[in-house]
Design a protein around this ligand. Structure first.
Ligand code: ZN
Length: 460
């Protein structure tokens, strides 16, 4: 008797769990996605120069412009950001980098010691507290982290190499914010700082981190160019930049088609348009800078006296590197490069939801097919890498056509329509593939095969 009771309990628990899980699908009717409807006769107030990505992301309720050069990430945008952050965290873990968070405010005194209080210019946003103490709203954290590590002395050579990074908001007082997230006042950046015992070890760290950055960009899947960079205000001995080639980009890149050398034009004098390696004529491309790596040497450890204790017990200066990724900028730049016309295109790995299922319209002939919708969402969610990536457009007072149009604009890579053909003897579902730009009518089994194949090729 007890046995039977226990089994009934177990069954009902399993059933309840299954039932709750079924109910948990994401639904467009519940989504906070305020769409911007621009009246046809509207005269637009032009506060800042716009870009395609900004226009699309604001109109589709992914971003909201809250003030000149400042943006709110709405739930869909936040999901894309979280996915990008996950890719970065995974690649950082693979090179033993550890994540932390430093305060947004850095004492101005530290920036005065390195000379950047003056040299950064008006882009550096300075503030005073009630005690008249100077601070900067940090655009980067070399001073802050070097000061922190210097405080830990004696720091044994046995703890090196050390790799620390953060993914936090940074502030820059842009004179003319433009192109949405591509050039704004507050942005999300990933900044990594490395500490090594010698120049040789620092260079080997540099190579290893650059490979991890290559992997981040390869996984995002948008074509990128890596060039020799300008050390600029960060300084150091050498640097590399990662760019997405785009007409709207603000950097001029010079590429050699013969030997593959690529350089930021800032590094070359106006006259040199031939490759220093092979003499070939260089071709010009505009690029959006999305990452920058620097081999710093002792540029910051020296003025801030950041040392480790060497084998003889003596203090020795840290050899450093710093590595930035424009996280919010990568998102916008990827959308900028991939999108066309009125529709957003996300890299597969960053799409806020990968599959959108559109239910039949209430009161229509195909309305009885509605029972397929949750079932499809359930079986698709059972594919491991699509677990939390299905959304149902259940706004059944709207026509299927209108909802397909919105789903295309929002950029869901796969749209599945449960319509007329789902009522046939062998139910068929319309699969609109926005990446391959194709439409097919498939059975449930074929839909699952299609998606499994997709995941195999696209998920890395
Ligand atoms: Zn060349």
């Amino acid at each position: 008797m007890r046995g039977i009771h226990a089994r009934t309990m177990l069954l009902s628990r399993v059933y309840r769990h299954f039932f709750c899980f079924r109910m948990h699908h994401h639904r467009v009717s519940q989504l906070f996605q305020p769409l911007t409807v621009i009246p046809k006769d509207a005269t637009l107030k032009k506060e800042e120069t716009t870009s395609l990505s900004q226009k699309l992301m604001v109109n589709c309720g992914i971003l909201s412009s809250r003030s000149n050069g400042m943006y709110a990430f709405l739930p869909l945008g936040q999901r894309a950001l979280t996915k990008l952050t996950k890719v970065i965290d995974e690649e950082m873990a693979s090179v033993n980098a550890q994540r932390l968070s430093l305060p947004l405010l850095t004492p101005g005194q530290l920036w005065k010691i390195t000379g950047r209080w003056e040299s950064t210019g008006q882009e550096l946003l300075k503030v005073k507290d009630r005690h008249e103490k100077d601070y900067v709203l940090s655009p980067t954290h070399e001073e802050a982290i070097v000061n922190f590590i210097a405080d830990i002395y004696p720091f044994s050579h046995r703890h090196l190499p050390l790799r620390l990074y953060q993914i936090t908001s940074k502030i820059r007082d842009e004179m003319k914010p433009r192109f949405g997230l591509l050039r704004c006042k507050e942005f999300l950046m990933k900044d990594l700082y490395t500490f090594d015992v010698s120049e040789e070890a620092a260079v080997s760290t540099y190579m290893e981190i650059c490979k991890a950055y290559d992997r981040v960009f390869q996984r995002i899947g948008v074509p990128f160019i890596k060039v020799e960079g300008d050390c600029g205000n960060i300084g150091g001995s050498f640097s590399h930049e990662y760019h997405y080639p785009a007409a709207i980009g603000e950097d001029t890149l010079l590429l050699c088609q013969k030997c593959g050398t690529a350089t930021n034009a800032e590094l070359l004098s106006d006259s040199s348009h031939t490759c220093s390696g092979c003499g070939e004529h260089l071709t010009k491309t505009m690029g959006i800078e999305v990452g920058h790596t620097f081999c710093l040497g002792t540029k910051y450890s020296k003025p801030l006296n950041c040392c480790y204790q060497n084998e003889k017990g003596k203090p020795s200066l840290m050899q450093m590197g710093c590595y930035g990724l424009g996280v919010s900028r990568i998102l916008a730049a990827a959308v900028e490069v991939l999108s066309q016309g009125e529709q957003i295109r996300w890299p597969w790995i960053l799409a806020p939801y990968k599959v959108c299922i559109i239910s039949p319209k209430k009161g229509s002939k195909e309305a009885k097919a509605v029972s397929w919708v949750d079932h499809l969402a359930q079986v698709i969610s059972n594919i491991p890498s699509l677990q939390d990536d299905v959304i149902i457009d259940d706004r059944e007072t709207l026509t299927i056509g209108k909802r397909v149009l919105e789903a295309k604009k929002t950029g869901y890579p796969i749209i599945i329509v449960v319509g007329k053909k789902a009522c046939e003897l062998v139910p068929l579902f319309e699969v609109i593939d926005m990446i391959k730009e194709s439409t097919e009518n498939l059975t449930q089994r074929q839909v699952l095969e299609y998606l499994r194949e997709y995941v195999k090729h696209c998920s890395t």
